[in-house]
Design a protein around this ligand. Structure first.
Ligand SMILES: Cc1cc2nc3c(=O)[nH]c(=O)nc-3n(C[C@H](O)[C@H](O)[C@H](O)COP(=O)(O)O)c2cc1C
Length: 178
């Protein structure tokens, strides 16, 4: 079985997950921005991975644009964010990113990384503003989605864990299922 991992990672978290997936499968990693559908469509398995930014998965537009060329392939998505592993949060990311023609695609989630000081200027400004806004909210109104931003603030966090790729690896190794 031949497969490829497409990954768009800004701060290294989804890249770390992509490397664990590569370790388990032997698939090559290609940066999504540089991926060529004429090459990608030659593989039996396509894994697309990326960080979650304002609820959108980095690089998901590649699948949106090219899904018709990937019919019959085993396609799956892996994403990571600051949010903890929580079914409700994961479902909301899935609904936002995998709708219409992407709706049947399996999506897997793992908590990522957070380093406010290490962020690029625009990201840092946006996150600082967001944290400021959250800190003014009634604590009872803070959702599971928002809490990690408040808890992490300016702490450097790495929540990644190889265990989160296990269901994806099981799916890739299962026979027949697409
Ligand atoms: C501007 C910005 C927006 C973000 N939005 C979200 C979000 O909506 N949900 C979430 O869980 N994490 C969010 N994060 C956290 C990232 O998803 C997290 O740091 C992830 O590990 C990044 O993955 P990457 O390093 O592979 O790009 C955001 C981070 C930044 C800098």
């Amino acid at each position: 079985m031949r497969g490829i991992i497409l990954c768009q990672s800004k701060y290294g978290a989804s890249k770390k997950y992509a490397e664990w997936i590569a370790e388990e499968t032997g698939f090559k990693i290609v940066e999504t921005k540089k991926a060529d559908i004429n090459i990608v469509e030659k593989f039996d398995v396509v894994v697309l991975g990326g960080g979650v930014y304002a609820s959108s998965i980095s690089g998901i537009t590649f699948l949106r644009k090219n899904i018709s060329r990937l019919r019959g392939k085993k396609v799956c998505v892996f994403c990571c964010g600051a949010a903890p592993y929580d079914e409700e949060v994961i479902e909301s990311v899935r609904k936002k990113n995998l709708k219409d023609e992407l709706s049947g695609i399996p999506m897997f989630y793992g908590p990522g990384m957070w380093d406010l000081e290490g962020m690029k200027f625009g990201d840092k400004a946006m996150c600082k503003l967001y944290i400021k806004m959250l800190s003014k909210k009634d604590p009872a109104e803070i959702s599971a989605w928002e809490k990690p931003f408040l808890d992490a603030k300016d702490k450097k966090c790495d929540w990644t864990d190889k265990k989160y790729i296990e269901p994806l690896i099981d799916l890739i190794k299962s026979k027949g299922e697409k």
